[in-house]
Design a binder for this molecule. Sequence first.
Ligand SMILES: [Fe+2]
Length: 155
Amino acid sequence: MADDHNVPQTEMQGSDPQLRNSRTHDNLKVAYMSEAAASNRLDSFADMAEIEGHAEVATLLRDLAEMERLHAQGHLDFLRRVGDPLTDGPIGDTRRNMEASAAGHLEQSENQYPAMVRTAQAEGFTEISDWFRTLAKAKAAQAARIQEYLGELKD
Ligand SMILES: [Fe+2]
């Protein structure tokens, strides 16, 4: 990956008001999500290839997954000038990153998954509804874990 857009550690949220709320900001968020999802998906496909005995294909898929992960990271380097792609909260240093992570998990636990539970129930997908409910609980536990560390984090 080219180094020409690497952002110094001191550059954080709020440092680029021109980028904030621009269409390019939206595009960076969409691009971040799609690269992150692609990376995760390719890793899962690699797992499946391994199970099927396609070791070389699995290696190729893992290489591609790593590239997608780096593409996502490149987007995040720009995004930290304006905020977290998931919560829009400030990110950049570990305290802010942990706070954004806790906020993201709480949002998933309290809003996103409960709404999905209700929809899946209404549509008769009991197994998927149970799965979403399990995730809502797991997200609350993860948020609590992050907050516990945040309490002890030294600046
Ligand atoms: Fe990519």
